[in-house]
Design a protein around this ligand. Structure first.
Ligand code: SF4
Length: 254
């Protein structure tokens, strides 16, 4: 049986995570991106185009299926969002994932063979989009009943359900109560692909790191046109070369 919290689930992937912007049109209490600073940067579509091309080639070299995810801030309000996603979709073997608060035109994009994760919760721009994923960041002071009440319309509407734990929740909540909550929720609503805290995908770059890890094996691109294998470490500016991908890949492996 798949464990409810599977820290190995993405172990064999190497993703490209692009944060299109670091601003949002909402002020949600249960934000998925609140470990990052809010500013007013938007990544250059020219840089995104170049890096995706190099990423797809790199994945062919290491024999891994390429997956790019666009998030933010809220990616749907990036001024070049349509152009960026349309360009990414030109690569037939590239899985394109979008993490949004619902500010995108779901009616159009849901039909485009994209993997869309809609953040849901109180006060969000919630959309019920059959076949896509509803993501709920669970806060420490929420009850099982409240969580089930939030998730029920999305589950009944045919969405997959995934949860994360609040980045700022206490250790005891993250490690002890969150797994118990998930088990109870799962008795009513099937919850999938859930993980939290320190991943098992640590590599040579992670030695001695005690941070709450929020990344899979990935290269991250940030809205200020910098990049890093870890969103909680130093960011690098400069031309993206093949070496950039090797450095990030080696950071996440031993
Ligand atoms: S260095 Fe970064 S990627 Fe590695 S475990 Fe720490 S937070 Fe995670």
């Amino acid at each position: 049986m798949t464990p409810l919290i599977d820290k190995h689930i993405h172990e064999n992937e190497f993703r490209l995570r692009i944060l299109l912007n670091d601003y949002c049109n909402m002020e949600c209490h249960n934000c998925l991106n609140d470990f990052q600073k809010r500013e007013y940067n938007s990544i250059s579509p020219f840089i995104v185009e170049k890096i995706i091309k190099r990423y797809v080639l790199f994945c062919a070299t290491i024999n891994v299926n390429p997956i790019v995810s666009f998030s933010g801030g809220e990616p749907g309000i990036h001024p070049n969002f349509i152009e960026i996603v349309t360009n990414a979709r030109k690569y037939k073997n590239l899985k394109v994932q979008i993490n949004t608060n619902g500010a995108i035109d779901g009616y159009t994009w849901d039909k485009s063979n994209l993997d869309i994760h809609y953040h849901v919760g109180p006060g969000m721009l919630n959309q019920i989009n059959k076949g896509q994923t509803a993501i709920l960041v669970i806060m420490e002071n929420w009850t099982v009943e409240k969580i089930i009440q939030i998730l029920t319309p999305f589950y009944l509407g045919g969405m997959k359900i995934k949860t994360f734990v609040d980045f700022y929740a206490s250790d005891v909540f993250q490690e002890v109560y969150y797994p118990i909550l998930l088990k109870k929720i799962n008795e009513v609503i099937p919850v999938s692909g859930r993980h939290t805290g320190i991943q098992i995908n640590r590599g040579s770059g992670c030695i001695n790191c005690k941070k709450r890890c929020v990344t899979l094996k990935a290269l991250w691109m940030f809205p200020d046109n910098t990049c890093s294998p870890c969103p909680q470490r130093s960011k690098f500016r400069g031309a993206i070369a093949e070496n950039t991908f090797w450095n990030a890949y080696n950071f996440h492996t031993f």
